[in-house]
Design a protein. Structure first.
Length: 194
């Protein structure tokens, strides 16, 4: 099963699993929705709508929620799906699409007992995704552009990547990934939890 949330019945089931996982993670910590709002910077109203399945969260919102739980986005999505095997076939790799930007992530590799994660991201033309510094607090990350063009605003620094270029992230900053081109860009994210 994949977590591409785009309105189909199967995707509605995946959305329910994600909403349920977000609520379970909150309840496991003994937090109210107000507590989660305080820890994540996501409004209590949005958390309530997400948990009830009335709203599909954006990538930035999911990163904030995952960070509040001490998880990466991949960790949160995989908890929702329940994948734990060592071998995950390409067709079974979890995918998730941001309902706002069309940003799509494919989880190539992630296991709770392994420090590395590998993600493939496809960013549509002229779209961007903003991620908070908190999502980089406990990880080291490298981005490798496979196709297209990508600019990465990392705090005050702007990096322009061409296919084959890689960028190792520095200290945690708010980051914006932007596709300035008229065609999609695809990049790999390799991260290690510290």
């Amino acid at each position: 099963m994949t977590l591409i949330l785009d309105g189909t019945d199967a995707q509605a089931d995946a959305g329910e699993q994600l909403a349920h996982c977000i609520r379970l993670e909150r309840e496991a910590r003994g937090w109210s929705q107000a507590d989660l709002a305080q820890h994540s910077g996501v409004s209590k109203a949005s958390i309530s709508k997400i948990e009830r399945g009335e709203m599909s969260p954006t990538a930035g919102t999911l990163v904030r929620l995952a960070g509040a739980y001490g998880l990466t986005l991949a960790g949160l999505l995989l908890r929702a799906e329940g994948h734990t095997g060592r071998l995950v076939r390409a067709a079974d790799q979890p995918r998730w699409r941001d309902p706002g930007s069309g940003y799509e992530r494919q989880q190539i590799f992630m296991r709770p007992d392994h420090p590395l994660e590998v993600v493939r991201v496809t960013l549509p033309p002229h779209q961007h995704v903003n991620l908070p510094a908190s999502s980089y607090a406990r990880i080291r990350q490298v981005v490798l552009l496979e196709a297209g063009a990508l600019t990465v605003q990392e705090g005050p620094e702007l990096h322009e990547l061409a296919p084959g270029d890689s960028l190792a992230f520095g200290p945690p900053h708010d980051v914006t990934f932007r596709n300035p081109a008229a065609q999609p860009c695809t990049y790999l994210v390799v991260l290690a939890r510290s």
